[in-house]
Design a protein around this ligand. Structure first.
Ligand SMILES: Nc1ncnc2c1ncn2[C@@H]1O[C@H](COP(=O)(O)OP(=O)(O)OP(=O)(O)O)[C@@H](O)[C@H]1O
Ligand SMILES: [Mg+2]
Length: 437
């Protein structure tokens, strides 16, 4: 007798609070961020261009440099991982046919530049160089991110690179996090020409979703790193459906979803996240989880709508987390005022609350509050970013004009609190009663 495996109900005897009555997800790994798909779909043109960048390496010729750019979630990292794996596999195969002295040696150093940003310390060329050194050294021999003169770090890095053989491909993902100092981006691709290395040939791939960064690269970097530029366009709803459909087949039990599931998730990711495949995949995962929590044997529209709301919530919190300290303090001041029923509030009221917030952290930060004008500049940015709304009061000639501020519909005190938690900042209670005259 054939068993119906399309849905796998949990019937075991263990009665656990962690179990759901039905399971729709067959393989959760496939929905994870670091999963590399076997096939990169809907990217034929881009892949063709990108493959040509790697061809010289396969042929044992000097490597090329390339700069990849495009919005978030459009497959830049996925395509790079995919081609890297293919290149390494094919070189291994080719080497099996070649005499030892003709074999190709490829070393890949993959650095995610985001990992070097901590709190106020932005990633810099220096820290990425430290990262490259440590990637090439064993645990006991690593260097720290402080305490070396920049030139020393670069020297150590080139020594480490030169100790390798053949081709070194350095992949700098999220390279925009490197900030204004693009020394590394200029020098690394030219390291052999400049004479920093003799034994190896270095190729660099830079990946970014920040268009301003690309525009502002110095002409020197454009000349070296951007030898080949590859643009990853956003996906349309049909392409998202194709990608999501392939993923769903591997991740979910047959019968746990329908074509409508795929098209709704794709349509929402297209409308709300400008064609991000990441968003579509996350939406599918969250929808399936909600369906499981509800004991439903299939993902329904209501589950997808709920999942979409959950993700929006996470996005807002994430973008609050990205703000600088002054803006976080202002948002916290607004959170206290909001809770005390004191919003919308005038700028001077917000400034008084903000000052109390800054003082409450003073023992750890040593920081004093900005002047009202200084704070107002940050507040205006928060309005511009859509976190805060301004209410304009204009009583005409002689009646005066003033502004009041409150959270926009997207923000509430809980989200600000969650963002503080994500940033590992303690949430100190601040009393704002009596602050408004
Ligand atoms: N063409 C594709 N085929 C299959 N899966 C894809 C494709 N494009 C993107 N994905 C999947 O979508 C998710 C996001 O893609 P990826 O991480 O490559 O985005 P990205 O362009 O690097 O974005 P970011 O700029 O935010 O880093 C990943 O899970 C990836 O596997
Ligand atoms: Mg990426």
């Amino acid at each position: 007798m054939l068993m119906d495996t399309s849905i796998f109900p949990i019937m075991d005897d263990v009665d656990s609070i962690f179990a759901d009555d039905v399971e729709l997800i067959r393989n959760a790994d496939v929905l994870e961020e670091d999963y590399t798909p076997d096939e990169i779909l809907c990217r034929d043109d881009v892949l063709q261009q990108y493959t040509s960048v790697f061809k010289p390496i396969y042929k044992g010729r000097p490597p090329q440099n390339a700069f990849l750019y495009g919005d978030t979630g459009v497959g830049k990292t996925a395509a790079t991982k995919y081609l890297r794996e293919n290149l390494e596999r094919d070189i291994e195969r080719k080497n099996e046919q070649l005499p030892e002295n003709e074999q190709i040696t490829l070393n890949v150093v993959w650095i995610n530049c985001e990992n070097f940003t901590t709190g106020d310390h932005k990633t810099s060329s220096y820290q990425v160089a430290v990262g490259i050194v440590n990637r090439l050294r064993d645990k006991g021999n690593r260097i720290t991110g402080t305490g070396y003169a920049p030139q020393d770090v670069y020297d150590i890095m080139y020594e480490e690179l030169d100790d390798l053989e053949g081709t070194v491909l350095v992949i700098l993902d999220e390279v925009d996090k490197i900030g204004n100092d693009d020394t590394l981006l200029y020098e690394l691709p030219r390291s052999r020409d400049i004479g920093y290395v003799e034994n190896v040939r270095v190729g660099v791939i830079g990946i970014s979703n920040d268009y301003t960064f690309r525009k502002n690269l110095s002409p020197k970097v454009k000349d070296s790193l951007c030898e080949t530029e590859i643009k990853f366009p956003a996906y349309n709803a049909t392409e998202l459906s194709d990608i999501l459909s392939a993923r769903a087949k591997l991740a979910l039990y047959e019968g746990a979803y329908t074509e409508e599931t795929i098209s709704l998730c794709s349509a929402l990711a297209y409308q709300e996240a400008s064609g991000s495949a990441r968003r579509a995949i996350r939406l599918l995962r969250r929808s399936a989880e909600i369906a499981e929590e509800n004991g439903s044997e299939q993902v329904e529209e209501s589950h997808i709508r709920q999942a979409d709301k959950d993700l929006e919530y996470g996005n807002i919190v994430e973008s609050i987390v990205d703000q600088d300290d002054e803006k976080l303090y202002i948002l916290k001041a607004l959170a206290h005022l909001d809770k005390a029923g004191l919003t919308p509030a005038r700028t001077r009221t917000i400034h008084a609350a903000y000052s109390r917030v800054v003082h409450s952290y003073n023992t750890t930060t040593g920081k004093d509050p900005l002047t009202q004008r200084g704070m107002f500049n940050h507040l205006s940015k928060l309005v511009m970013f859509g976190f805060v709304n301004t209410i304009d009061h204009n009583k005409g000639v002689g009646g005066g004009q003033w502004n009041e501020h409150e959270f926009s519909d997207d923000v509430n005190p809980q989200k600000v609190k969650d963002a503080f938690e994500d940033r590992n900042l303690e949430w100190l209670d601040v009393d704002v009663r009596g602050i408004k005259e």
